[in-house]
Design a protein around this ligand. Structure first.
Ligand code: AMP
Length: 283
């Protein structure tokens, strides 16, 4: 496994990796790796000849009062996990090389970036699309893999790829969960035992909604008000938002006719967690 820190080193290695028949799969991450990240690596193995993983805690996607400085960083452990999974290349750029003095260019997917998580995190997705595009340019992968855990991110990146005619196949992988249903997240490290227990309310709400839809419920307001009430009853949770939206344009759905995305975010102490599921109404 090659570990590369500098952009110049990456470029020279890249030309060697991209042989005539070699397909590169890129898994962008912010590190503090868990089974969710590793599921993307495993999937990459099945579709690409070379697997590249980036580890970069991207300051551009954190707001001024968010957790950039305390975001978990555990590089040695991450590298051991990636080595074990047979990753070919790990790219760990320095902030000063990604955003050197005088850096001015950002990529923003309009409208989609302002909805859902964008209401609370107004610059977040601009930071995500900027770093993802930059990583695509640097690594030049044929495929890039993302987790459905960050459903809005997947929609926005797919939009960017389509809008900018990028030659990268986007592969979205299912959410990996803990045994009690909590979606795996590097931010779960922040939770104390009581918050960790309370955080399962998100998964319970997604499952409850899926069940109601399977029973025939189609009015999204009925589902949303019950989810608000369930989260409201959890004393350690503070709801940020819950919404049922079109899976492609993220606009609100009032009556479930097609598959739709149920997405939510809530704070447990200072820790903001997200979860989502697809709701598939009976025809
Ligand atoms: P992050 O390091 O949080 O930026 O995540 C890197 C990638 O891993 C993103 O594409 C995430 O959607 C994905 N990911 C994070 N958690 C999970 C999970 N529990 N299941 C599946 N994918 C995940």
């Amino acid at each position: 496994m090659q570990v590369v820190r500098g952009v110049a080193d990456l470029k020279s290695l890249r030309s060697k990796m991209r042989g005539k028949y070699s397909r590169v799969g890129l898994v962008p991450t912010m590190g503090a790796l868990h089974e969710g990240h590793l599921s993307l690596v495993q999937r990459a193995r099945t579709i690409a000849d070379q697997v590249a993983v980036s580890i970069f805690v991207n300051p551009a996607q954190f707001g001024p009062n968010e957790d950039f400085h305390r975001y978990p960083r555990m590089l040695d452990q991450d590298l051991a996990l990636l080595e074990d999974k047979g990753v070919d290349l790990v790219f760990i750029p320095d902030v000063s090389e990604v955003y050197p003095d005088g850096y001015k260019t950002f990529v923003s997917v309009e409208e989609l970036s302002q909805k859902l998580c964008g209401m609370t995190r107004p610059i977040h997705f601009r930071g995500v699309t900027t770093i993802v595009l930059k990583l695509f340019n640097l690594v030049q992968p044929q495929f890039a893999l993302f987790g459905q855990k960050d459903a809005q991110q997947c929609v926005i990146i797919q939009r960017m790829v389509q809008d900018l005619c990028l030659d990268v196949g986007i592969v979205v992988c299912p959410i990996v969960r803990e045994a009690d249903g909590l979606a795996m997240s590097s931010r779960n490290h922040y939770l104390n035992p009581a918050q960790r227990k309370a955080a399962t309310v998100l998964y319970q709400c997604t499952e409850w909604a899926r069940q109601k839809v399977a029973e025939g419920e189609k009015q999204t307001e009925t589902l949303l008000s019950e989810i608000k009430s369930k989260i409201g009853k959890e004393p350690l949770a503070r709801l940020d938002y819950v919404a049922i939206v079109d899976e492609n344009n993220l606009s609100r759905v009032t009556f479930l006719q097609e598959k739709a995305l149920l997405a939510m975010a809530a704070f447990f102490g200072r820790t903001r967690l997200i979860d989502n599921t697809f709701l598939e109404p009976q025809k």
